[in-house]
Design a protein around this ligand. Structure first.
Ligand code: SF4
Length: 398
């Protein structure tokens, strides 16, 4: 079963200095061409894998909210048709034929599926939010990034703090209760006190979810070039840890415990889409540069706009039991819930294999070093283990 649907909307209104995600500048013509290609890809996916039973939908990018109303409506329609197939099979067992049946199916989808859309403060407004809500979107992830105009400019963002407040107001007015903010930590020049103020400004808005990503240097970004040219120096490991610890302290005190290394939520508001992916669930990714995982197959569409329009190449790989197992271990340990090693071994067909003994030996050693802890049939990272999560991951590689 394919639990999740991800659609990568490739458009942005510029390039943030730290961003390595695939994006192209938006134009109306490109938007129309992309939507036509997306519809074709969705139809092909439906023929190959449908009918669908998605539990989660995620519109990411890029910037889904950069699309004007008519193109946003068309994008929502692509998802709506795929969801309708899900409700046709799950709710009635047959395709819905009457208008009422279709309405009932859509209503059921809206309440049972977690449907997230990313939104940018500079491009989202009340009309777009109401349109998304009426189509079934029930979760918004807002790319706030910082509550300081100087830091936003430093990051190459094109919105202001005022835009963030206006966007949050619009999100609340449109009736969304499940919404969150993305923040960037560890920006050079930002003191601990200034970071605390940003975190406090974020929690004062009462989000249900906050993601905190440390600023990292990705190849090909302006940040990377500036770093290599000596224009900017990133924080060292200890400074980074202090910033991330402070995030955990402030967000935890505000009722948003850390449920994954970079993610905090009010209990019950964790991102179900990401949880499913981290637990090794199947997902379909549509759009240029989107990845899919179905069973032991994984493929990624070419990160190339023109080639996507002509249904161009995609990279395919077969997930061996070993690759599948190690990924479930590493992503699973990043979550506070940790991993059920026996369940992972069974899911990957590795129970009783030499790898089982090897992983058990490694985990026991890491427990001795205070990096992981076991109990109730599960393994979790300790606080120190979270700080050294990359080291733990390397140790678990076969
Ligand atoms: S808006 Fe998001 S996707 Fe676009 S360049 Fe900035 S970080 Fe990247």
């Amino acid at each position: 079963m394919i639990e999740g649907l991800y659609i990568h909307v490739p458009f942005c209104d510029g390039k943030c200095h730290y961003c390595a995600f695939y994006s192209v500048p938006y134009s109306r013509e490109k938007g129309a061409a992309w939507l036509a290609a997306l519809k074709r890809e969705a139809e092909a996916a439906r023929s190959e894998f449908g009918p669908f039973a998605f539990s989660t939908v995620f519109l990411g990018g890029g910037t889904p909210t950069i699309l004007p109303m008519d193109q946003l409506e068309a994008l929502l329609g692509v998802v709506g048709r795929l969801i309708e197939m899900r409700e046709a099979s799950v709710v009635t067992g047959v395709s819905p034929v009457s208008t009422q049946e279709k309405k009932d199916a859509a209503d059921t989808a809206a309440t049972t599926i977690e449907w997230t859309s990313e939104a940018n403060p500079g491009s989202v407004d009340g009309d777009k939010l109401r349109l998304m809500k009426s189509a079934g979107v029930n979760r918004i992830s807002l790319g706030a990034q910082a509550f300081d105009d100087g830091v936003l400019r430093q990051l190459g963002r094109r919105h202001s703090v005022k835009d963030i407040y206006a966007a949050v107001e619009a999100i609340k007015s449109a009736g969304f209760t499940n919404w969150g903010l993305d923040l960037i930590a560890c920006v050079p020049g930002v003191s601990l006190e200034a970071w605390r103020e940003s975190l406090c400004a974020a929690v004062a808005l009462d989000p249900a979810h906050v993601s905190v990503y440390a600023l990292t240097r990705e190849e090909g970004t302006r940040l990377d070039r500036d770093h290599q040219a000596g224009v900017i120096a990133l924080l060292d490991d200890d400074e980074q840890l202090r910033m991330l610890d402070l995030a955990e302290e402030v967000l935890g005190a505000a009722g948003l415990p850390r449920y994954e290394i970079s993610n905090y939520a009010r209990p019950g508001f964790e991102c179900r889409h990401n949880l499913s992916c981290w637990r090794g669930g199947n997902y379909l990714g549509l759009g240029c540069a989107a990845s899919s995982r179905v069973g032991n197959r994984r493929w990624t569409n070419a990160a190339d706009f023109e080639s996507y329009l002509t249904a161009g190449a995609r990279e395919e790989e077969v997930l061996t039991p070993l690759i599948d197992g190690v990924e479930r271990l590493i992503f699973g340990l990043r979550m506070a819930e940790g991993i059920d090693l026996e369940a992972i071994l069974l899911a990957c067909g590795l129970a009783g294999s030499p790898q089982e003994a090897a992983w058990k030996k490694t985990l026991a050693r890491l427990e001795g070093e205070g990096l992981v802890v076991s109990g109730g049939g599960r393994w979790c990272l300790t606080t120190r283990g979270r700080e050294l999560a990359d080291h733990v991951a390397v140790e678990l590689m076969p």
